[in-house]
Design a binder for this molecule. Structure first.
Ligand code: ZN
Length: 180
């Protein structure tokens, strides 16, 4: 899986290889496995290690395990809630978005993003625990490889970032969130 797109994106991001994760296994887990966000909050030893960037009483932020971009972070309420707006009061929602803002600024500053994409996806059938994707777009990515193409594993592949590097980046971003 070393198409032209991957090579071009690699040149402008970081010197990490990109690879194609097993998307069938990913979707199977997302649709039939236990809630992965609740698992991370509970530090479920059965889950692979996740790099937590920030955590407070109500909110947790951690790295996407299959990052299409360097610094790809997810922000979620620690309680299992599913609907992005319906399951929150306005005050709860704004409290959560305050953390999304701080995480986005920390990520942007740390990795030097040209844009930061922020969106909530999920489905009632899989990845139901609501979370916000905070995704930095590095400078220099060709227009046709920005936006959704830069987010999706199907088009961008996953960056193969060593665990030590993820831990270091999580600490650097986390430090900025706390200071912010
Ligand atoms: Zn959950």
């Amino acid at each position: 899986m070393k198409g032209r797109t991957f090579r071009r994106m690699m040149a402008v991001v970081k010197p990490f290889e990109r690879y194609a994760p097993d998307l069938d296994a990913y979707h199977r887990r997302a649709r039939t496995g236990p809630c992965f966000v609740c698992g991370i909050v509970a530090r479920d030893p059965g889950l692979p290690a996740h790099h937590v960037v920030y955590e407070d009483e109500d909110v947790i932020a951690f790295f996407n395990r299959w990052p299409t971009q360097y610094g790809y972070t997810l922000v979620a309420p620690k309680e299992h809630r599913e609907q992005a707006t319906e399951d929150f009061t306005v005050e709860e929602y704004l409290g959560l978005q305050r953390v999304v803002y701080r995480v986005a600024e920390a990520v942007r500053e740390e990795v030097g993003a040209e844009r930061v994409y922020i969106l909530s996806l999920g489905s009632n059938e899989g990845n139901a625990h609501v979370h916000w994707h905070v995704v930095p777009l590095p400078p220099g990515v060709p227009y046709e490889e920005q936006q959704f193409a830069a987010l999706m594993l199907e088009t961008a592949g996953a960056l193969d970032i060593p665990e030590e590097e993820k831990a270091s980046l999580a600490a650097r971003i986390g430090g900025r969130v706390w200071r912010g």
